[in-house]
Design a protein around this ligand. Structure first.
Ligand code: MG
Length: 388
């Protein structure tokens, strides 16, 4: 039977690669809906090719421009609530919406008992306590579309499960990090790095915000929080190891000392295809290894003094409640300031730390509370920025 798919955030990097995966498996998936924030040209071309029932545009002011360009049989819907509606209908929703707007999609798909292929990090990092209870909805499934979490998900298939379905005998998760463009540099050397250098990621091609987050290791810290939320493993049992080749995407260590790793060339179509096909697998190999030449796999501990954002994320994760939302928001403000040339690279961690020092504990079990924690993080980071 053909599986219907909602590709929400279809014009971004994950969205376009999702459509690539769909193309690679003719007859297996039908794109039921596409959604973008405002990229009219690209989404019109995608609609022409995939003939979805619905196309959603978040930015209503551009709707008229798109309406005349959609193929017959495709209906245009507008606004972020429309995206949540589409997530309730499809068998699988790929949530590749950028930022907070993606939370509504996550909540809608899970509450409707559908499969959610989650690429929107904010959903779990900022709003983990809001999302968690909905995972118990009958039929609801959350499969991560992040290379590290996809790897852990695969490695955990080797685990024994208790009667409640929880994995047993897992001693720790090992999340790998490429180390970003500044791996090996001392804290002193990092005082002089430029924006251009920060945007030059060695293995993955991504947007500017996440590329900067990779250079500070904040992205890895946020992924540790994501792993904690997804797999229910204590922070003390989640380690980060730097692995510059980005071939081992993460590992799970079991109580008998065995470590199971997932290995492939960096290609996001693999985790996307995994999330679509699970528990089955796609017939198209994305990122398959070539062992005919010499392959080196290096591992080293992260330099936590030079890359302070990593421990700041652990600190916020352990604090729990609204702290991860607060941290993520403060980091966004700091990264924006860095991208605008207002502060140096080292100031990102300083501003986040300074903000976190002023965090006042709040719950984050409702969307409103998460938004308050987010607003507080932004406010404190701006205050910290202004005081410099
Ligand atoms: Mg990742």
């Amino acid at each position: 039977m053909t599986v219907t798919v909602a590709v929400l955030g279809s014009t971004g990097s994950i969205g376009t690669q999702t459509l690539d995966v769909v193309r690679s498996a003719p007859g297996r998936y039908r794109v039921e809906s596409l959604a973008a924030a405002r990229s009219v040209d690209l989404i019109a071309a995608q609609a022409e090719e995939f003939r979805p029932r619905w196309v959603a545009l978040v930015d209503g002011s551009r709707a008229r421009e798109l309406a005349g360009r959609l193929p017959e049989g495709t209906e245009l819907v507008v606004g972020s609530e429309a995206l949540a509606d589409l997530a309730r209908r499809a068998d699988v929703t790929v949530n590749a919406v950028v930022g907070f707007a993606g939370l509504g999609v996550t909540l809608a798909a899970l509450a409707a008992g559908k499969r959610l292929a989650l690429a929107n990090k904010e959903s779990l990092i900022a709003a983990g306590p809001v999302v968690q209870p909905l995972r118990d909805t009958p039929g609801a499934e959350l499969i991560p579309v992040d290379s590290e979490h996809c790897a852990i998900h695969q490695c955990l298939r080797a685990a024994r499960r208790g009667p409640d379905g929880r994995t047993m005998q897992v001693s720790r998760l090992v999340v790998t990090a490429s180390g970003g463009p500044f791996r090996g540099r001392s804290a002193a050397e990092l005082g002089h790095v430029t924006l251009e250098e920060a945007l030059n990621h060695p293995t993955w091609s991504m947007g500017p915000k996440i590329t900067v987050d990779s250079s500070t290791l904040m992205n890895k810290g946020l992924e540790v929080i994501e792993a904690h939320e997804l797999f229910g493993v204590d922070y003390d049992d989640i380690d980060v190891v730097v692995h510059p080749q980005s071939i081992v995407h993460s590992m799970v260590e079991y109580t008998d000392g065995s470590t199971i790793a997932q290995i492939s060339r960096p290609d996001m179509r693999l985790p996307i295809g995994y999330a679509l096909a699970y528990p089955d697998r796609l017939d198209t190999a994305f990122g398959a290894m070539d062992w005919t030449g010499t392959t080196r796999l290096d591992f080293e501990p992260p330099d936590r003094k030079a890359f302070r954002c990593l421990d700041l994320a652990y600190r916020a994760g352990r604090t729990g409640g609204g702290a991860p939302a607060f941290l993520s928001a403060a980091n966004e403000v700091a990264v924006e300031a860095f991208l605008a040339g207002r502060i140096g690279w080292s100031a990102i961690a300083e501003i986040v730390e300074d903000s976190l020092d002023r965090y006042e504990a709040v719950e984050a079990v409702t969307v409103e509370e998460v938004l308050l924690a987010d607003a507080a993080g932004r406010r404190e980071a701006r205050a910290s920025l202004a005081a410099r």
